[in-house]
Design a protein around this ligand. Sequence first.
Ligand SMILES: C[S@@+](CC[C@H](N)C(=O)[O-])C[C@H]1O[C@@H](n2cnc3c(N)ncnc32)[C@H](O)[C@@H]1O
Length: 398
Amino acid sequence: MALIMETRLLLRKVKDLRCFTPRRTRVKEKWAATRPKFPPTKLALQHFDATYSVQLGKLWPSVRVALLSERKYGALLNNFSHDGVLEDLQAQGCRDFISDKAEEAQPCLELSSEVESRRDCMSTNKSADNSQQLSSLQFSPNIKCLVFPRGDITRFKPAKPDTYGLLGYYLMDAASLLPCLALDVQEGHTVLDLCAAPGGKTLALHQMQIVRFLCVNDTSVSRTLRLKRVLHSYTPKELLTVEKLRITSFDGTKWGEIESNTFDRVLVDVPCTTDRHSVMEDDNNIFSKSRIGERRRLPQLQLELLLAGIEAACPGGEILYSTCTLSQSQNLAVVEQAIHLARQNHGIHLQVVGLRHLTQMFRNTFHFAPDLHLGEMVIPHLAANFGPIYMCKLKRLT
Ligand SMILES: C[S@@+](CC[C@H](N)C(=O)[O-])C[C@H]1O[C@@H](n2cnc3c(N)ncnc32)[C@H](O)[C@@H]1O
């Protein structure tokens, strides 16, 4: 007892010693004037708590924890690199989630088409024959993305250049590849990537080596330069010819006026609230006070970009809309409005193409939101901390 009393007294004395530290040598954490009361990351989290707790209900607490934890990456393999990168990554315990999908998909084929046709009945726009898509969906064998198993949070080492200076893999959120796979690019297609920088999805489309002509655009000149650097770090010069690839920095909202009814496939990967970045990084954060206007205008910009992408596709062509936010107003609401306005203002009729087959294929790698009535969404989960990625596919009927 006496010993405990003595220890307590000693601790109190140590605490009191602070009072004798001269004021000038005390360190103040940071002056209040230079630190915002509510940093953008906090504002973002407050906003998400208010909206996503309603939108996602009981899923939100676990998605929130995952959003605030370290994200997981995938290594998009560079087919043009000559070193034994694939074997090396496999030896570390990684697997290519794309070629593994076949075994995952088999037991669920019937269930998947059944669920999808039920969803089609409920949604007037969903008339795509999913069972047919299941058998016809074939990915280019050239696209490989390696991931560590579920629950394994090992980080990838930075990629090294091979003897020709090409990097062996590109690190990206593996869920970001799903929009490229969902686009279902086939041999000889012309493809437009409307908002392409910094270029992860462009690189994936290029790696497929089946596109006849790839048109890559991003309004930001500096980000377009970054994209060019990415392409040059992964591709031999002779494959980056003007006959095969065009890179521009136009305002994508005007694309329909420049080049309409043209492309077999159009990827519209729009700017959004980038939820994961918004809760983790104060720098360049769309929730900062100076960017309130920009953030409020996002759904309108997204709508204009999607409409431009729809116009750029040829009749019969397909358009993939994607974001990296969970927000309904930037996802489903934008797609719904675009379908309506495309018909009303441009006489373009669209069909929503179901993607349930894709979620079934990759259900062992990603967590998908249940019961979205339009499109599919990867939601972050601690055991597989990819996403968020929302995607919705449209087919031009006229
Ligand atoms: C989500 S990022 C695209 C990411 C890219 N697809 C990738 O996989 O690396 C959105 C991009 O849209 C671009 N952007 C914003 N407004 C645009 C516009 N009006 N036209 C074209 N691109 C735009 C931004 O510069 C940004 O690079």
